[in-house]
Design a protein around this ligand. Structure first.
Ligand SMILES: Cc1cc2nc3c(=O)[nH]c(=O)nc-3n(C[C@H](O)[C@H](O)[C@H](O)COP(=O)(O)OP(=O)(O)OC[C@H]3O[C@@H](n4cnc5c(N)ncnc54)[C@H](O)[C@@H]3O)c2cc1C
Length: 602
């Protein structure tokens, strides 16, 4: 792969407006799905998968025992294969590929959670800020080393007193009188890759409350790495505090503009979030494969436990979750690629434009992060249950997977913070008139009070799900409209309501993404050959509809009372009315499919 010519794929995805999925219909041809990968991307996926299978998986014990010499060696091998330079322009020793390819690598490498964390921190938050915001000299100095794995990167934003509240950090950087150095004082907490990273992107306050980012090399005087944390999971990754004590950093190591570090911090996290989503999908596939293998082997009551309906139901939930997770990740990345396709990251001023275009999809990136991290937790939980007592002991992989999965709702912005971002961002854009959400809400409010509210009849193999999706969108808008009418600009103070609206948006996007993917597969292969995918989409859509309905009810119950409550609940019931889906039959169909394949397959 290292010799492969780099290519910027122009994404065929539609460059939709961020958040528009709530108010617009989307066609299968407008989205990217894993089935759309090019031959070159499939080859890269194969290289990354084989690397993980042949090099990383056999070394699990050593990795988990924190043999960082071995981990660094594996990173170096990944570098030799070209896997570390996917996001780095060719000019600086990378492959300069699109974000879909970057997701392909993230999910294919991520069969083992500790190594996946190490790898993702390096290629994502530890490298991308330099690609996007670095000066020419910084790029030339650092990117070639980061692309090969000769140097490892880390990203240090969190502090012991400020994680979610990152802008409140206390580390300070003061420019010396001669203007040649910044002197950094403070501490950072929970920094991934610390034990062996060579280059740290460190955020500190300059000029009062303004945040700036600095490139700090490991051996800089005044910079100390603290001891390893003893963690619940991802024990083979390195997590340490950092201490900065009169640490002098050359002024030319300021990354981006002084006082604009928050742009770097948050924009990088948007990309970090979709990469985390891709990595969770890769992890979930491995966990399900272990669960399937065990379920087939374990006998109880004279049968393989894989024959029991309640075990099959869990396998189906996992497979439908992975199918939907893949759909979410690639749809989102496809839109970001479409937005970045005509932009050369090396031209002056590109960072501002990249920031603007990626930020457009902040809500989708947060949805991917929340939904996929919770899906992986569900898969890991089911795997422990399927393993029974063996799921609770270290001898089997289910125990480690369960512990490992727990970190994902915490880092890259906790899932609470991401839920608040989803609703807050949608409402902010609606208020500013950047997304015609208010007009859609108004139209819906007029429609729902009309006695002749009818649902459009749909046709085709997923007609029932299409109808359900249209209703879910209305329900979500109705809940958002009722809440914004009641609380106006004070909605942000009602976090539980914000969370419930976010859950509606999350499930609508997930539901639509899996339906679109299944339709695309029908178009490509025919209904019979796409049977498993259709079953997974139907199975998941039914589950998502329940969440949208219960979240909608929760909002209405909080915002209305008396006659108004009764009227609004009647509207919710009308909007949520749908024919029940036979999820038992679908679950069995899906389980048989993956059991026969011996792994997640569509
Ligand atoms: C293994 C590991 C690796 C990490 N790697 C890195 C790294 O490489 N670089 C880095 O910079 N950081 C890293 N972190 C830090 C991580 O990003 C933070 O832990 C995370 O952002 C949460 O911050 P916190 O721990 O201070 O929790 P807090 O912010 O104190 O949150 C505690 C709880 O309160 C909730 N909460 C906080 N604010 C609000 C609010 N406004 N509304 C509602 N709920 C709220 C949170 O959701 C959470 O449930 C890592 C952490 C771990 C555990």
């Amino acid at each position: 792969m290292a010799t492969m010519e780099s290519t910027l794929h122009a994404s065929p995805a539609k460059r939709a407006k961020g958040g528009s999925f709530l108010i617009e219909e989307c066609e299968p041809r407008d989205v990217i799905t894993p089935e759309d990968l090019s031959e070159e991307q499939r080859q890269i996926a194969k290289t990354a998968t084989e690397f993980a299978r042949n090099e990383v998986m056999p070394a699990i014990r050593e990795i988990e025992a924190k043999n960082f010499v071995l981990t660094k060696g594996l990173l170096r091998k990944a570098g030799e294969l070209g896997l570390m330079g996917v996001d780095i322009p060719e000019l600086y020793g990378g492959m300069g590929m699109d974000k879909v390819t970057s997701a392909v690598v993230a999910e294919s490498v991520s069969q083992q959670a500790s190594f996946s964390t190490t790898f993702s921190a390096h290629v994502g938050i530890g490298t991308l800020p330099i690609v996007w915001y670095g000066t020419e000299a910084q790029k030339q100095k650092y990117l070639p080393k980061l692309a090969t794995g000769e140097w490892i990167g880390a990203y240090a934003l969190s502090e012991s007193t400020s994680g979610s509240d990152a802008l409140n950090c206390r580390t300070r950087a003061v420019l010396t009188e001669d203007g040649r150095n910044y002197v950094l004082n403070g501490e950072k907490m929970w920094i991934t890759n610390s034990s062996f990273a060579d280059l740290f992107i460190i955020f500190a306050k300059t000029e009062g409350e303004k945040l700036s980012a600095f490139l700090v090399e490991r051996n800089t005087p005044g910079f100390t790495i603290g001891p390893e944390e003893h963690k619940l999971g991802i024990r083979g990754s390195s997590t340490c505090p950092l201490i900065l004590s009169d640490c002098r950093v050359p002024a030319e190591n300021l990354l981006g503009e002084a006082g604009k570090g928050h742009h770097i911090a948050f924009n990088t996290l948007n990309i970090g979030r979709f990469k985390l989503g891709a990595a969770c999908v890769g992890g979930a596939r491995q966990v399900l494969q272990d669960a399937i293998q065990y379920a087939k082997e374990r006998k109880a009551f004279g049968k393989s436990i894989a024959e029991f309906g309640l075990i099959q139901e869990k396998l189906a939930e996992c497979a439908a979750g992975i199918f939907t997770g893949e759909a979410l990740v690639y749809r989102t990345i496809g839109m970001i690629d479409a937005a970045l396709a005509d932009l050369d990251p090396c031209i002056p001023g590109a960072s501002h434009e990249i920031e603007k275009r990626v930020e457009e999809y902040a809500v989708e990136c947060s949805i991917v992060k929340v939904w996929v991290s919770e899906m992986l937790q569900m898969v890991a939980n089911h795997s422990v249950q399927i393993h029974g007592g063996y799921g609770y002991v270290e001898e089997y992989p289910a125990e480690r997977a369960y512990r490992d999965a727990r970190i994902n709702p915490i880092f890259e912005g906790t899932n609470e913070i991401n839920r608040l971002i989803i609703t807050g961002w949608l409402m902010k854009r609606a208020m500013k008139g950047e997304l015609p959400l208010m007009a859609a809400i108004k139209q819906l409010m007029d429609e729902v009070i009309s006695p002749s509210l009818t649902d459009e009849e749909r046709e085709g193999p997923l007609a029932g799900e299409d109808k359900m999706l249209a209703q879910a969108k209305k329900l979500g808008l109705f809940a958002a409209g009722a809440a914004s009418q009641k609380y106006m600009l004070n909605l942000a103070d009602q976090q539980e309501v914000m969370g419930a609206i976010a859950d509606c948006a999350i499930e609508i996007y997930a539901m639509e993404s899996c339906i679109l993917r299944a339709k695309k597969l029908i178009d490509a292969k025919g209904e019979a050959a796409a049977g498993a995918a259709v079953a997974m989409a139907q199975f998941y859509a039914a589950q998502a509809m329940q969440t949208v309905e219960s979240s909608g009810r929760k909002v209405i119950a909080a915002v209305a009372e008396g006659d108004m409550l009764r009227t609004q609940m009647a509207i919710v019931r009308r909007l949520a009315k749908h024919d029940p889906t036979n999820t038992i039959a679908l679950g069995r169909q899906i389980a048989h499919h993956v059991l026969e394949a011996g792994r997640y397959a569509i």
